[in-house]
Write a protein that binds this ligand. Sequence first.
Ligand code: LLP
Length: 431
Amino acid sequence: MDEILPHYTEIIDGNLFWDGTNILEVAKDYGTPFIIYSENILRGNYRKIKNAFNKYFKNVSIDFAIKSNFNPSLISILSSEGCGMDASSVNEIKIALLSGVSPDNISFTPNNVTIEELKFAIDKNITINFDSLSQFRMVLDHLPEIVSFRIKIDYGKGEFPGIKTAGKGAKFGEIPELALQGYREAKEKGCRRFGIHVMAGSNVRNADHFKLVAQKILEVVKNFEEELGIEFEFVDMGGGFGVPYRPEEGELDVMDTAKNIADVFKAFYTEKGREIPRLVIEPGRYISSNSGLLVGKITDVKRQESNFTGTDIGMNILMRPALYGAYHHILIANRMNEERKFKTDVTGQICENTDRIGKDVMLQEPQIGDIVAVFNCGAYTMSMASNYNGRLLPMELLISDGKLITIREKDNFQDIVRHTKFYESAKTLKD
Ligand code: LLP
């Protein structure tokens, strides 16, 4: 049976090409490890989800979840498409602002932040989706123009327990009774503009999930509006739009997803005799995931009770397999015409036994020096990478108009010791 290849890949003379680019040549020219992104794919993903929601909603804002990838070049590309941004920290807000996104196209959905972070957003006129009544009360005397709470509905679903972001046991959002109290206090303080937010889970490829979330949040909208005599001017459904990590998996149908949500909204607001308010969505992974490829080198092959293929791209760069048991598709870029008959774990250079980027993977017979390509590394890869074991963060490249540009230089040794002091020099500075 012919192998199913991930989208945007081709094999030419046994070598892997991705988005028209010869990955081996890039590896030779730049050295590994690196993450390479495709401007085409990034823009295409955004347009696909935008077109789907524009078809069913008159008023919709799409805010890219910066946490999935905060490289400013990628943020600027999305901003040039008219995409807004959702930030989870002040630094993400700053990146959005520096990349040319205007404050009214930025939302801020943090948790457990300090009063300074909340005030920073308020002073910039950025909409905050408050995570709790107590966080909201920290700024009671400095209220934003619009008050919105992230509601913890009684339902959540994620590909892994670790990425379920609502429902019992989730750390995010406020329970409806306490959020209601928050809106009441905002109203008493003179606030007249309100929004509401929900985010029920991540990497969901089933369009019915979003219908259920829409129903759940609109039940809350109904109760709160009746109780408080207010009207919400936006409903933010968060992100969670899933992507296939295995080439044989099906895609989330975003048209169906948008239609599902729209059906629920239409029925609800028709009964109320009102226009559907602005819908906000915050996709991260859907836009960025398959726009990035992680490329590394095979640095060892151990043939033991099981096989271990060592690489220079371990959990320090791609944390998801170690953290959640996530699957990422791996190919040996220079052996694409050979049969996959070598069963192996693919590991990194980190001193942790969980340092695997693939478990029981069938690969072509590997050799030290081969080049490996790991798919779906545009989301939650670089943004979750670390310097563990003193390893350097990789460089980031972008395929733009058929040319390669560097959008992040590789770290160097100075970068990892820059803010630390060697003991003797620390003592000298102190004296
Ligand atoms: N908006 C809010 C408020 C969120 O908490 C998240 C993700 C998103 C948007 C974007 O979700 P997406 O569309 O990307 O699913 N590190 C995990 C994912 C954690 C998601 C947490 N919140 C992973 O690697 O799968």
